[in-house]
Design a protein around this ligand. Structure first.
Ligand SMILES: [Zn+2]
Length: 84
């Protein structure tokens, strides 16, 4: 999955996971890896889909971009090298 933050362009994107984890230890490991972000147990239908680990921005899947993000047409490949 190639996805970049609409705000800072970082590729360090975590996917929101909603609901309760069946395996808490595995869950924490996933969060720690930066690949997932806990979204809570309640889904409202307007929940962000991805979380940027670089700037902590929550954003949405395609077709569900918030107004502020729709104006930003970030060209693909405009990434900054990760510094970690
Ligand atoms: Zn970001």
């Amino acid at each position: 999955m190639r996805r970049a933050c609409p705000k800072c362009g970082s590729k360090k994107i975590a996917e929101f996971m909603y609901g309760y984890p069946a395996d808490m230890e595995d869950w924490l490991k996933k969060i720690d890896s930066g690949r997932y972000h806990p979204g809570g147990c309640c889904v409202t239908g307007h929940d962000p889909k991805w979380h940027c680990n670089a700037c902590s921005l929550d954003f949405y899947k395609l077709g569900e971009v918030p107004p502020w993000a729709a104006e930003m047409d970030a060209p693909d490949g405009a990434e900054s090298p990760g510094s970690r």
